[in-house]
Design a protein around this ligand. Structure first.
Ligand SMILES: Cc1cc2nc3c(=O)[nH]c(=O)nc-3n(C[C@H](O)[C@H](O)[C@H](O)COP(=O)(O)OP(=O)(O)OC[C@H]3O[C@@H](n4cnc5c(N)ncnc54)[C@H](O)[C@@H]3O)c2cc1C
Ligand SMILES: NC(=O)C1=CN([C@@H]2O[C@H](COP(=O)(O)OP(=O)(O)OC[C@H]3O[C@@H](n4cnc5c(N)ncnc54)[C@H](OP(=O)(O)O)[C@@H]3O)[C@@H](O)[C@H]2O)C=CC1
Length: 482
């Protein structure tokens, strides 16, 4: 590091954002260049670290995530300096960044990993909440504890988790699609998991290979002003109580809750000022108006790009993400981006699509660091293998869910056929085929099929001779294709 002036410091590598993408990128750079100082600028006092990483199969990953004070990272990587101060301005041409505390950083290579924030249906309304980081989850928990009815809008990951996890409170679930969970599963899978909403929840979670999330907020240094934190992730709700105000005796709770209603939503109009007994009312396209304590807007995310745009020339994607090429490079020289803030702008493999997920944030952060290093060292680098096949392991309604490739026949139009095997309450297996070759799959329950199906998608074997037998439960498909 060389000091250029009293308040301007110079680094070869600067990473902005202390979530999974930024931390992974900074760690990789710090390991690869032990003699260089790497700086990680972040808005929040806590950073996200990956631990116990395990490559389950060629593309499926398993790891734990911890939210920790930045000092933990600095102890592990002596050449990594974490500075808690949000980036406020970027001058890409001059290769300089300005942070909230007035410091100017000159970089040779920058990686922007500033994540995303909830895309709320209504901005700046105290009764419309988004859930993103530890603080917003705690605010949600606090408000829920005295709530009798909430409206959840959206049909993706957060909504799927909330309608299942919330207890002691009536939940009106407003979706604009014909089936629940459209961002992750199909209508058949939705039918399969819906009975779990009414069923009594198991006391103990089903065993499931997936990412664990822990937070250690109590150990965070108290720095006063806290910027936006990193996104929550798997199991974020397990460490907090998601119980509403109806704290009655257990058998009464069973009778009262959860009265989950799924409504088709084409339009939502919210009356910002209460005229009745509820603080807010949501008018849905079924013509009915529902009063509630608050609305959770679980309606996707918007990339956090603002501090970087003014005065620069970034190509932005339709979803407002920083467009990156196959080296995670943006349209501004020497500026890379990874994780939720970016949008993949390269021609993707036939079995991969971007979804703003924890696993992709880690993969992109790691690969961006590799690309930055390759550029400095004058080496060639090819798109990493992890971008060959989309794979995601998660849990919905307490079922293990594995999504592979074009699991919802994304982009295949009519040119595909589906094979489905379903055993009520046990498993749901759907395979997407095109021209007899596997393009994607949804596996719900303990199917143990993920590795075999991953191979069948990657090797594009002609499966037409097997027809329906492919999903015959009496055939040990794993042995068959190994
Ligand atoms: C409730 C919830 C549940 C989820 N569950 C899952 C799941 O089960 N599985 C899964 O794969 N994914 C899940 N996700 C998605 C996953 O958490 C995100 O895709 C992932 O964490 C994105 O990582 P990131 O590093 O790109 O961004 P973030 O984690 O958002 O980190 C961004 C970082 O940038 C910092 N920052 C912001 N602005 C600035 C600035 N101007 N200057 C400096 N720093 C800045 C922030 O402080 C933060 O540290 C979930 C998300 C939510 C909200
Ligand atoms: N287990 C997991 O893997 C989890 C992952 N996540 C991730 O966290 C992030 C945030 O989650 P979430 O907010 O649920 O986002 P998602 O992108 O998962 O889902 C957003 C949902 O909201 C719908 N929607 C968007 N705009 C509106 C609107 N105006 N009115 C009604 N519905 C609307 C979308 O429908 P349409 O697509 O038709 O626009 C979609 O169904 C995502 O990146 C998600 O992938 C979150 C929780 C769990």
């Amino acid at each position: 590091m060389a000091t250029a002036s009293q308040s301007e410091v110079q680094f070869r590598f600067v990473v902005a954002g202390g979530g999974i993408a930024g931390v992974t990128c900074a760690q990789q750079l710090a390991s690869q260049f032990p003699s260089l100082d790497i700086v990680l600028l972040t808005a929040a006092p806590m950073v996200k670290t990956v631990s116990n990483f395990r490559q389950v199969s060629k593309t499926l990953e398993d790891f734990e995530v911890e939210e920790q004070p930045s000092s933990v990272l600095e102890e592990k990587y002596p050449n990594l300096k974490v500075i808690q101060s949000a980036v406020t301005v970027l001058h890409a041409k001059q290769h300089t960044l300005l942070t909230e505390n007035g410091q100017v950083f000159h970089y040779e290579k920058l990686c922007v990993c500033t994540g995303a924030r909830p895309k709320l249906i209504i901005q700046d309304n105290p009764h419309v909440l988004g859930i993103r980081d530890t603080d917003s989850a705690q605010e949600f928990q606090k408000r829920l504890s005295s709530a009798k009815r909430i409206v959840v809008v959206g049909n993706g990951g957060i909504a799927l988790e909330l309608v299942y996890e919330v207890e002691g409170c009536e939940v009106i679930w407003a979706v604009k699609d014909k089936a629940i969970g459209n961002a992750f599963i199909d209508a058949g899978a939705a039918q399969f998991i819906i009975p779990s909403l009414e069923a009594e929840k198991p006391k103990k979670a089903l065993p499931c290979k997936r990412t664990r999330y822990t937070t250690d907020k109590d150990t965070a240094p108290n720095t006063g002003s806290e910027g936006p934190g990193s996104a929550l992730g798997p199991d974020w709700h397990e460490s907090i109580s998601l119980r509403g105000a109806e704290q009655v005796s257990p058998h009464l709770i069973a009778l009262l809750e959860p009265i989950h209603s799924v409504l088709l939503l084409l339009k939502i109009a919210v009356f910002p000022f209460s005229t009745g007994v509820w603080p807010i009312y949501a008018q849905l396209s079924n013509g009915k108006t529902y009063g509630c304590d608050f609305i959770v807007s679980a309606t996707g995310v918007v990339p956090n790009t603002e501090p970087f745009l003014h005065g620069n020339n970034f190509d932005l994607a339709e979803d407002h993400g920083l467009k990156v090429d196959e080296h995670m490079q943006t349209s501004e020289p020497d500026v890379y981006a990874a994780g939720d803030v970016c949008t993949a702008g390269w021609e993707p493999s036939a079995f991969w699509q971007q979804m703003r997920l924890w696993t992709q944030a880690r993969q992109m952060g790691w690969y961006a660091a590799r690309s930055m290093a390759a550029d400095i060292l004058g080496e060639a680098i090819e798109l990493d293998f992890c971008f060959e096949l989309f794979s995601h392991i998660t849990k919905f309604f307490n079922y293990k869910v594995v999504l592979l490739g074009k699991f919802n026949a994304q982009g295949l139009g009519q040119d595909h056929e589906l094979l489905v095997r379903c055993t009520k309450g046990l498993e749901y297996v759907k395979v997407v085929l095109r021209g007899g070759r596997m393009m994607g799959a949804i596996l719900i329950g303990e199917t143990d099929l993920e590795e075999t199906f991953e191979n069948l998608i990657l090797n594009q074997m002609d499966l037409s001779p097997y027809g329906q037998e492919l999903l015959n439960p009496n055939i040990d498909i794993e042995d068959y294709f190994d």
